[in-house]
Design a protein around this ligand. Structure first.
Ligand code: GAR
Length: 220
C-alpha cells in the first residue's frame, strides 16, 4: 500500500518537523513527507528538510501583500503547490500564519495543527506565559484538526505537563515541546491508519482508551 503523503507547513526552527522525520526514519510513523513549505526563506525547518533530501518550497508572501484578498490568494498558491505534490494530509508545524477557508475547505479534516496548550485553554500566542500568569497547575499540548476558528478545531490527542515551582515560560515551553515531539507523530500515525473519525466537535479514535483512572495531580 502506498504511504500517506504529508505536506508540512513550517515557519521557524522546525523541531516538530524533525520529530516527524525521525519517527518516519525509525519506522514508527508510516508516512512520507512529500513537501515542506515555508513562508520564511530562512526557516530552519527548510534546512532540516533539505538535510533529509525532502522537497522544500519557499513561498514568498510579499508579492501577495497589496492584494485585497492577500491571505486567500496566498493560500490558493499554497494549494497549488500541495496539489502538485499530491499531498493528502497537511501538517502545520510551527506555521505562524493564520490559514484561510481556501486551505481549510480544501483540506477539511485533513489538516492538523499542534498547539502548546491544553486547548481550549490559551489559544493564540505566548501561551506558556499565559498559563503561568493565570496560575494553572497543569499545562500541556494539543494536536487538533484545523477549522475556521483559530486553535478551535476538533481535538485529536493531548498531553498534560505539570507546572513546576519557579517555572519560566521558556522552561515550561521546553518541557511541553518534549511532549509535542511524541504527540505529533502519534497523531499522524493514527490518521495514516485510518483510526480518526470526526464527529462534530469530537474526534473518535479507534482503539482509544476505554479505561484508566490514573490522574496527573499537580503539585504532586
Ligand atoms: C511549537 O511549540 C508549536 O506548538 C507552536 O510553535 C512551536 C514551533 O516549534 N505552535 C503554535 O504556537 C501554533 N499556534 P517548532 O518550529 O520547533 O516545531
Amino acid at each position: 500500500m502506498s504511504k500517506l503523503r504529508i505536506g508540512v507547513l513550517a515557519s521557524g526552527r522546525g523541531s516538530n518537523l524533525q520529530a516527524i522525520i525521525d519517527a518516519i526514519e525509525a519506522g514508527t510513523l508510516q508516512a512520507e513527507i512529500a513537501l515542506v513549505l515555508s513562508n520564511k526563506q530562512d526557516a530552519v525547518a527548510l534546512n532540516r528538510a533539505r538535510k533529509h533530501k525532502i522537497e522544500t518550497h519557499f513561498l514568498d508572501p510579499k508579492p501577495f501583500k497589496d492584494r485585497p484578498d492577500a491571505r486567500e490568494a496566498y493560500d490558493r498558491a499554497i494549494l497549488e503547490v500541495l496539489g502538485k505534490h499530491r499531498v493528502e494530509l497537511v501538517v502545520l508545524a510551527g506555521y505562524m500564519k493564520i490559514v484561510t477557508s481556501v486551505l481549510i475547505d480544501a483540506y477539511a479534516n485533513r489538516m492538523m495543527n499542534i498547539h502548546p496548550s491544553l486547548l481550549p485553554s490559551f489559544p493564540g500566542l505566548e501561551v506558556q506565559k499565559k498559563a503561568l500568569d493565570w496560575g494553572v497547575k497543569i499545562a500541556g499540548c494539543t494536536v487538533h484538526f484545523v477549522t475556521e476558528g483559530v486553535d478551535e478545531g476538533p481535538i485529536i490527542i493531548q498531553a498534560a505537563v505539570p507546572i513546576l515551582e519557579g517555572d519560566t515560560p521558556e522552561a515550561l515551553a521546553a518541557r511541553i515541546l518534549v511532549q509535542e515531539h511524541q504527540l505529533y507523530p502519534q497523531a499522524i500515525q493514527l490518521y495514516a491508519e485510518g483510526k480518526l473519525k470526526v464527529d462534530g466537535r469530537r474526534v473518535l479514535v479507534a482503539g482509544g482508551s476505554t479505561q484508566g483512572t490514573a490522574a496527573l495531580i499537580s503539585p504532586a
